[in-house]
Design a protein around this ligand. Structure first.
Ligand SMILES: Cc1ncc(COP(=O)(O)O)c(C=O)c1O
Length: 338
């Protein structure tokens, strides 16, 4: 059963997230720094918007009907966003996840009623899970009748969702958005935001924040510890022509950024949010006075309690580094590679 009024219920709680002024990590008034708190979406991340946009479109076109089975590859936020909507729409959802998916995310997916199809072995050549997960999605689509693949890496409606994200930011700042810092994976967020700024002639410099070791901007592939931003492929949605600059952040920078945010601003955010803050720190000396800078924070920190916010996990991977956030000097940047 798909409710006639698809916009009711939990769906109505998606979007219109708070734009928060960060006045503790950016104390002087030379630059006004804001964070768009996408973790306030009901499924806990920015992917609620993408999931809703893709399913809404598929309902309009008839690609999704009451007996359709939704199948997607995700180890985290997109899977949870889809699981939430499939629950409220009464749709069967199969999430193809992998051995790196955290037990907590698997538990959340199951709580919403999603079925998990778990890939246990990575590709023997690339050692990546993504390709194997995508092959499994294609296999399931072949064998399950009436199935639909949202395909977040290529579906334009992933990006279309973020025209609204950017419109909310622009409205809150009366159209003066000088810099936008945005983490990248499928590139849906950055593409949608950039399309909006172009269409509305906003003079916004668009800065992509990618992971060291991610393939999106041609970095040499390397092991990444923190999920969310970064990808092992160049996504079909990647829009090089609208991105003014790319900054690569290391896993350690993400940890430090997250720990600074929670201690100084009381914002418990996910890994890519910490990375976005550190990317801003790196370039802020080049930013002109009186600028409005917006950081998109894609998700909340609860899903990272066993990693980023665990002292033993941090010590195991980076050694004794607590001085990096305990004595954090906002006037300095931290350049690290993990
Ligand atoms: C925590 C987090 N940060 C950043 C991103 C990147 O967003 P996008 O896929 O729109 O590029 C994602 C995507 O899943 C994410 O989960």
């Amino acid at each position: 059963m798909i409710p006639n009024d698809m916009e009711s219920g939990i769906v109505a709680a998606i979007g219109n997230t708070q734009l928060l002024r960060l006045s503790r990590v950016q104390k002087d008034d030379r630059i006004r720094l804001y964070a768009k708190l996408e973790g306030l979406n009901p499924g806990g991340s920015i992917k609620d918007r993408a999931a809703l946009s893709i399913l809404r479109r598929a309902l309009e076109t008839g690609d999704v009907r009451p007996d359709t089975v939704i199948i997607e590859s995700s180890s985290g936020n997109m899977g949870i966003g889809l699981a939430q909507l499939c629950a409220v729409m009464g749709l069967r959802f199969i999430c193809v996840a992998d051995a790196k998916t955290t037990p907590q995310n698997l538990a959340i997916l199951r709580a919403y009623g999603a079925e998990i199809d778990l890939i246990t072995e990575p590709d023997p050549v690339t050692h990546e899970f993504l390709e194997v997960r995508l092959d499994r999605v294609k296999e399931l689509l072949r064998i399950i009748p009436n199935s639909f693949w949202p395909n977040q890496y290529a579906n334009l409606y992933n990006a279309v969702a973020h025209h609204q994200t950017m419109s909310e930011i622009a409205a809150a700042l009366d159209g003066k958005v000088d810099y936008l810092f945005c983490a990248t994976s499928t590139c849906g967020t950055i593409r949608g935001c950039a399309e909006y700024t172009r269409a509305h002639r906003l003079e916004t410099e668009i800065i992509a924040v990618d992971a060291v070791g991610s393939a999106i901007f041609g970095d040499k592939k390397a092991r990444r510890l923190i999920p969310g931003h970064g990808a092992s492929i160049v996504p079909p949605l990647f829009p090089p022509e609208v991105i003014d600059r790319c900054i690569h952040v290391s896993d350690l920078e993400c940890v430090v950024g997250c720990r600074v945010l929670v201690r100084q601003e009381g914002v418990l955010a996910g890994g890519s949010s910490g990375g976005v803050l550190m990317a801003f720190q790196r370039v802020k000396s080049e930013i002109p006075d009186d600028s409005n800078c917006v950081l998109i924070f894609p998700d909340r920190g609860e899903r990272y309690l066993e990693t980023i916010y665990s002292d033993s996990w941090v010590a195991k991977h980076f050694g004794e580094v607590s001085h990096l956030w305990e004595q954090f000097d906002p006037s300095q940047c931290l350049e690290t590679t993990s």
